[in-house]
Structure formats: C-alpha cells, structure tokens
Design a protein around this ligand. Structure first.
Ligand SMILES: Nc1ncnc2c1ncn2[C@@H]1O[C@H](COP(=O)(O)OP(=O)(O)OP(=O)(O)O)[C@@H](O)[C@H]1O
Ligand SMILES: [Mg+2]
Length: 243
C-alpha cells in the first residue's frame, strides 16, 4: 500500500454563483510527481490554495499527513505549513531583498532559533542544489526569469518540506530553461524524496516529470492515469492537451 500524503474527498469551492470545484476527489502518494492538467480557469490554482489553506473550502475534506486542514488550530496549521512548500504561479521573490535575504526569510519565519552560520550554510547548500551559488548577493532584478524560478524553488526547499506544490513552474520560460526546471523538479524528488503536485500546461514538462496525471474538467476529476494512458486515450478533449 502506498502512503497517502494528501487525501482530498469531494472538495467543493464556489465564488458566488461560480462553482469552481464541484466535488474533487484525489490523492497524492509518497514520493510521486503528480501532474494536474486542465484548461485555464478550471480551478487548478484554487485547488492548491485550498490545500495550503490560503482559501477555505466550502465542503468536503482535505487531509495533509492526516491533519484535516479545515479543523486545524493555528499551531497545527503551522505544523502543516512546515511540511508543504508552495511555488506560486509567478516567482514572487521580494524585489527589495537580496537572494540571501529572500532565502533567510522562510527560515526565520517558521523557526527563530537558527544561528547565523547555520542560515548561511543552508543558503549555500540550497543554492548549490538549484545550481546558482553565484546569485547569493544579487537582487531579483538582476536575475533572469529562469533564475528567479530557481531561487523561488530554493526558497521553498530551504525548510525541507515533504510536499511540494508547483503552480506552472515553466510558464514564461524558453524551452531550454523550461527543460532545466523540469529536470530540477525530478532531481528534487529523487534527492529529497519529496512528493509533488505540479500544475502545468507545458506538455514537455508533463512528459519529463509525471509519474501520474489527473485532469480536471467542469469542477471534477475527468481522468486519472499514467502518461501513456493519457497519450493513448482516444478522447478528443484529452488529445487536445497532447497535440
Ligand atoms: N479569490 C477569488 N475570488 C473570486 N474568484 C476567484 C478567486 N480565485 C479564483 N477565482 C476564480 O476561480 C476560477 C478558477 O481560477 P484558477 O486560478 O484556479 O484557475 P486555473 O485553473 O489555475 O487557471 P490558469 O491555468 O489560467 O492558471 C476562475 O474563474 C477565477 O476567476
Ligand atoms: Mg492557475
């Protein structure tokens, strides 16, 4: 039996009379890359914002490592937040801070007891992991889009999360840089044994990273399966994503 890290049952979320998620049931297993596909506006970002409690669900259940998110008190939510790294759509670095300061922030926010030397060591290690050691004292404005994504990932990885949520990690990047980010997603999974949800429209990225795919349509899960099951599905709606 595979260990379930995120267990979502019949999740519903509306904004006014816009019924975005209409009963989503899905799981994230340990040490897998799960890709979520779905056309723009189907609620992919809403889904992962519900997982990290940035949005409150209307009904249904989201369990992260057996914590029912909706019932967590503030201490429990902090515990859950430590397990999850969230790479937002767009890199979202703090523009007025150097890379070093951007990477210090998540460490000191969750846990105040790190020594200065420990922080420096962690920053150096994580910049090595994303192959950007030379960026440590740069400002975000001095970085390319791909470099910003890497620093965004470094900022997520620095607190050693078990679960990573990537919202469109390759959007806006050239094909070569996109490939590098896709490889980095795989490297992260293999090195740190993380489990990830990756939202993407980039089929090349899907082909590189996906252990399993879930497609959302009309507020529910339309299909779940492996890459080859999706590629070989004659359904024209599914094919429209792959061609
Ligand atoms: N905070 C909010 N308040 C009101 N409506 C919202 C809010 N967040 C999202 N929505 C609406 O929910 C729908 C789904 O949005 P979401 O951002 O999840 O789409 P998506 O699948 O991530 O699309 P894309 O592929 O373009 O990123 C959209 O119609 C959006 O306008
Ligand atoms: Mg989105």
């Amino acid at each position: 039996m595979k260990n379930v890290l995120i267990d979502i049952k019949n999740l519903k979320k509306s904004f006014g009379n816009q019924h975005i998620l209409q009963g989503v049931t899905m799981q994230l297993f340990e040490n897998e890359n799960l890709v979520i596909l779905g056309k723009s506006g189907t609620g992919k970002s809403v889904l992962i914002k519900c997982i990290v409690n940035l949005l409150k669900l209307d009904s249904g259940s989201i369990k992260v490592d057996n914590y029912e998110i909706a019932n967590c008190n503030s201490e429990e939510l902090i515990e859950v937040r430590k397990k999850i790294g969230f790479l937002f759509q767009g890199a979202a670095l703090y523009d007025s801070m150097t890379v070093r300061e951007n990477l210090t922030f998540p460490l000191t926010r969750l846990d105040k007891k790190f020594l200065k030397e420990e922080i420096t060591q962690k920053i150096e290690n994580v910049l090595d992991d994303v192959s950007l050691p030379e960026a440590i004292d740069k400002m975000p404005s001095e970085l390319s889009g791909g470099m910003k994504k890497r620093i965004g990932l470094a900022r997520t990885l620095i607190v050693n999360p078990k679960i990573l949520l990537y919202d469109e990690p390759t959007t806006g990047l050239d094909p070569i840089t996109s490939d590098e980010i896709s490889q980095l997603i795989n490297k992260t999974k293999n090195k740190f044994k993380t489990s990830s949800i990756i939202i993407t429209h980039d089929i090349k990225c899907v082909k590189t990273v996906a252990d399993r795919i879930i497609m959302l349509k009309d507020g529910t899960v339309y299909k779940e399966g492996s890459l080859s099951e999706f590629e070989n599905d004659p359904d024209s709606y599914i094919q429209s994503f792959f061609n």
